[in-house]
Design a protein around this ligand. Sequence first.
Ligand code: AMP
Length: 363
Amino acid sequence: MIVGILGGGQLARMLALAGVPLGIETVVVDPSPSPCAALVARHVAAPYDDAEALDRLSGLCDVVTCDFENVPAAALERVARTTRVYPGARSLAVLQDRLTEKTCFSELGIPTPRFHPATSPGELRDAIESIGMPCVVKSRRFGYDGKGQAVIDRLEDVDRADELLAASSVIVESFIPFEHEVALVAARSTSGEHVYYPLVESHHVDGILRWVVPIDAPELQQQAEQYAGRLLDELGHVGALGFEFFRTSDGLLANEAAPRVHNTGHWTIEGAATSQFENHLRAIAGLPLGNTATTGFAGNVNFIGSVPDPADVLAVEGAHHHDYGKEPRPGRKVGHATVVTKDVESRDAGLVRLRELAEAALR
Ligand code: AMP
């Protein structure tokens, strides 16, 4: 089987690697001359609106997927004329836009921070007044890693949100003083089967995910799975999906969902019986989904800006090193390390050391 991937970043690279034992070959389309997936997948260097490249991809592949959610809808429509595409247009259309996304959550009875849309400076001020301060103003589209958003806690700061409005419509959300953030990775197959990984506590700095650790919280797990299950079925989603929540004293509030493999699930490569990458491929290939049970006590640290010396990373008991082969650059995710051990104490000690190494390499 040949799987096409729109986007050739680290997610595509880890998908391609997961495909090898399954006999799945991968072809990525990415405008960059040497995207990081090109080391392990065939690469078609072309922009996402290049009709010839898209037709070549659908001619070559049995099924096409993507490694980022902001793939232009027209590109997917073109590929879908002749090839199966998962996730489908509905998953992407709903989850690409923070307003349709949060509206969908609310309609499904999934609690969210209070939100209000705005398309003009007048509406923005009205929305801020109705939500109250502090609040978070977010671009409806193309925001990631905290980009395209501003926290407003004084009226004098509204100018900063006006800048966001100039670029795109926005939503205003109430600022949630959460205990911490949690995320759930789920997958749904073509036959509607669901699997869920353990919920993780996820720690961000400046909007960028720094580290995650799976938690054992049966009630929260059940709540998150119920919410994710409703969303997967409503979207008719096929493939993996990452769902991010704020944990508050009143339970979970949904922040956002991404219709793809997710950074909060990288630990599953070594820390779960079947990785999120393998389960995504199994789902889109029409294969049965795999067991998501943990293989030990796991945790995961992102490398932002530059990758530490692998000798230091691998000196940590139970550590696995992942270097995405990307040029160092401030704020860029360039690798990660996962630690898996047989006891919680050594996992926690490993995470502390990996976080020190990540901090020293931070740019
Ligand atoms: P997002 O791009 O929506 O995932 O936001 C990036 C990060 O900003 C989140 O992981 C949170 O740490 C923070 N954040 C986003 N929305 C809110 C909110 N309504 N209240 C508090 N913090 C938020």
